[in-house]
Design a binder for this molecule. Structure first.
Ligand code: COI
Length: 355
């Protein structure tokens, strides 16, 4: 895949760069942003000329629908730098496709490919010094769209803004991740917006996650809303379970996000001859495997989190600790994935795209 730049774009560069003030070694996720952002407005059925501008706050009407009805979607991607100083994206077509699926589900306009991909390419060319070399360093890319149209009538807006902002990143989680299995709260329901990367899917998790944090858990593993018997995803990441030598992960559905890292890990695991079963995983299976010692690993997979081992889980008031393994599959898969992303091994899947 080759990404083409946009011919018709306004570029206004920042007069000074903030880069020299940033300590790239001690970054906490998502707090520092680069010097520029991409902006493209949609008005009455037409996408306007995109622009790259200095990163800055902007004005928006207090009645804009994003504030009242949460018409907002986003994506999470990363750019990586190889040893030759070239910048690479990982499966950007998947994020673009999912972004527009989210847009359709939220009654928002689809973003043209030249604006999303071409705009991103031009933004990254300007900001390439913010992509640091070395495994673990990346530039997190946050494309998003909000309804800027005025008026508190509960109907889709006619004005939207698509933007891309960039944030240099190290790891998402610092320290061990313990999870609570959801028994009451739900992330999504059939027929709802769980498969869309809609802002509301994330804010709806804040309160139950805050309660989980108070009990010492960093995340919740969501279960299906109807029966709370099937393990679904962890909200910031999809989840994998290893029982004996088989990896299990839930199939994507109307309730579960079709994660790019998730599907890449499934393909990588298959290539490495690891048994992978994509099927509903029951909470009872997990508890039984933890009790009889066959549960080896649980890990999350997502763009921001990459592959994140989970050290234990609580269900119905009992905490189950996972074994500490010398050679966890999670870390082996993470290494294979990173090697492809940082161009340290041949990308036989054709996933990486040069900027
Ligand atoms: C990502 O992994 O890119 C996400 O969008 C998750 C987000 C909560 C950081």
């Amino acid at each position: 895949m080759e990404i083409k730049t946009i011919a018709d774009i306004d570029i206004k560069l920042a007069s000074v760069s903030k880069i020299k003030d940033v300590d790239f070694e001690t970054l906490s996720f998502g707090n520092v942003f680069t010097d520029h952002m991409l902006v493209c407005d949609y008005e009455n059925g037409v996408w306007k000329k995109p622009s790259i501008e200095p990163y800055a706050p902007f004005m928006i009407d207090p009645s804009a629908k994003v504030f009242h009805y949460g018409q907002a979607i986003f994506e999470g991607m990363k750019a990586y730098k190889d040893e030759q100083d070239d910048v690479w994206l990982f499966r950007p077509d998947q994020n673009y496709e999912r972004f527009n699926k989210s847009a359709v589900r939220m009654a928002m306009p689809e973003v043209p490919e030249d604006v999303f991909m071409g705009g991103l390419k031009q933004l990254l060319e300007i900001e390439k010094d913010w992509v640091k070399k070395g495994k673990g360093s990346s530039l997190y890319i946050r494309p998003f769209m909000i309804a800027t149209g005025k008026g508190v009538v509960a109907a889709p807006a006619v004005f939207y803004r698509f933007m891309i902002i960039l944030s240099p990143a190290k790891s998402y989680y610092s320290g061990e991740v313990k999870v609570l299995i959801a028994e009451h709260f739900s992330r999504a329901a059939n027929g709802g917006i769980g498969a869309a990367k809609a802002a509301g899917n994330y804010s709806a998790q804040f309160y139950p996650t805050k309660l989980a944090n108070e009990k010492g858990y960093q995340q919740i593993i969501w279960t299906d809303d109807a029966t709370h018997t099937k393990l679904e995803e962890a909200g910031t990441m999809n989840v994998f379970f290893r029982i004996n030598d088989t990896l299990y992960t839930a199939p994507t559905s109307e309730r579960i996000l079709d994660g790019v890292t998730r599907k890449s890990l499934i393909d990588l695991a298959k290539r490495e001859n690891i048994n992978v079963e994509v099927r509903p995983v029951l909470v009872t299976e997990l508890v039984e495997a933890a009790q009889n010692g066959t549960l080896q690993e649980i890990f999350g997979a997502g763009t921001a989190a990459v592959v994140n081992p989970i050290v234990g889980f609580e269900y119905q008031g009992t905490y189950y600790e996972l074994p500490k393994l010398d050679q966890p599959v999670a870390l082996a898969l993470k290494e294979k994935l990173n090697n492809i992303q940082y161009k340290l091994e041949e990308d036989t899947f054709g996933w990486t795209v040069k900027i």
